[in-house]
Design a protein around this ligand. Structure first.
Ligand SMILES: *[C@@H]1O[C@H](CO)[C@@H](O)[C@H](O)[C@H]1NC(C)=O
Ligand SMILES: CC(=O)N[C@H]1CO[C@H](CO)[C@@H](O)[C@@H]1O
Ligand SMILES: [Zn+2]
Length: 319
């Protein structure tokens, strides 16, 4: 009798162990403080995230939606470790344009702190085997290099998270996959040469930021440009190749910088993906690496309704 009870208990515990954890979405309540100056229309605007959150909250997704709450000192130290103090000093005192396409509003630095905090919360979940998690933040971050914001990006949240993980785990490795339609030059810039990190980007050839050609960028960085007009199957093949590269040295964590500007509706780029192609990419990713140790963070995506649909389908694929 006692033996049976023990067996039952053990089985229950086993079921709990293999039961996948639900998706956690981390959202950024103050994101609208980062807004373009009145009267100057800009693709990177608060509506982007509002449309996504509306779509997610009105669907029966069943994901846990939380906000982040990291101590300010941790968030700042992750940012300080990623960008030069010269650049950050300049960023904090700038209001207006950092350059012609990248604006800074009075509240931008505060939204940057919460966005970083959201990515760190997603990191904490995935690094304690409690993923998948998805940080839904803006503006995007993957073009920001150590020394400069550009391409709508002020701080590189993806790089902040990867470096934080490497700092907290001395012997572990991190894999970073970037599937925004633009080459993640900032993430490549910050991660190249790091022994315990691998980075791969799948992006449209010949568009912004112009440095996405497949020339070598150090042994741990792979650039996989696809031609304009590219459809789902060819793109997915490249995503698969990118995954193979970043997973080759048995990483402990996978970070996915996901931009939805490869959708055919996107006004800024020329690929022809559908929302279902994003769900298929998520399927490829979770088929090759445990989703409990994976987290996603939002980069671009400027066609509001198609992006919202594709984010929902991505989340459904993660459930
Ligand atoms: C980050 O750097 C800024 C400016 O150099 C400094 O004021 C701040 O105290 C630093 N924060 C942490 C947690 O290191
Ligand atoms: C690693 C990398 O490609 N960095 C590039 C990012 O884009 C800027 C602007 O095009 C270049 O100056 C960097 O070299
Ligand atoms: Zn992009």
């Amino acid at each position: 009798m006692q033996g049976l009870a023990l067996l039952l208990l053990a089985t229950l515990q086993l079921v709990q162990l293999v039961q996948p954890l639900p998706l956690t979405i981390i959202h950024q309540p103050n994101h609208a403080l980062h807004a373009p100056p009145p009267g100057t229309p800009h693709a990177e605007r608060p509506d982007r995230l509002d449309a996504i959150m509306d779509e997610l909250t009105s669907s029966n997704l069943g994901a846990t939606i939380i906000t982040s709450s990291n101590p300010l000192a941790r968030v700042e130290s992750a940012i300080n470790a990623t960008h030069s103090s010269y650049y950050l000093k300049n960023l904090r005192k700038t209001v207006g344009g950092l350059n012609s396409d990248t604006y800074v509003a009075p509240g931008s630095y505060r939204t940057i702190l919460t966005a970083t905090s959201c990515w760190l919360s997603a990191l904490d979940l995935a690094s304690s085997y409690s993923g998948p998690a998805f940080a839904l933040t803006r503006p995007p971050g993957h073009h920001a290099t150590k020394e400069a914001g550009m391409g709508f990006c002020l701080v590189n949240f993806c790089a902040c998270s990867a470096l934080e993980f490497l700092k907290e785990n001395e012997n572990k490795r991190v894999a970073v996959l970037d599937i925004d339609v633009h080459f993640g030059n900032g993430s490549a810039d910050i991660l190249k040469g790091l022994k315990r990190a691998r980075f791969a980007s799948v992006h449209e050839r010949g568009i912004y930021p112009g440095s996405g050609e497949s020339k070598a960028e150090g042994e741990n960085v792979l650039k996989l440009p696809v031609p304009s007009g590219c459809l789902g199957p060819e793109w997915l093949e490249h995503v698969n190749q990118a995954l193979e590269f970043v997973l080759a040295d048995d990483p402990d964590l996978l970070i996915v910088s996901v931009g939805y500007d490869a959708l055919s509706e996107d006004p800024l780029a020329g690929l022809n993906l559908t929302p279902d192609n994003y769900a298929e990419a998520i399927g490829l990713i979770t088929g090759r690496f445990p989703k409990s140790r994976t987290f996603f963070g939002l980069e671009g995506g400027y066609a509001l309704s198609a992006t919202a649909t594709a984010v929902r389908k991505s989340c459904e694929a993660l459930m």
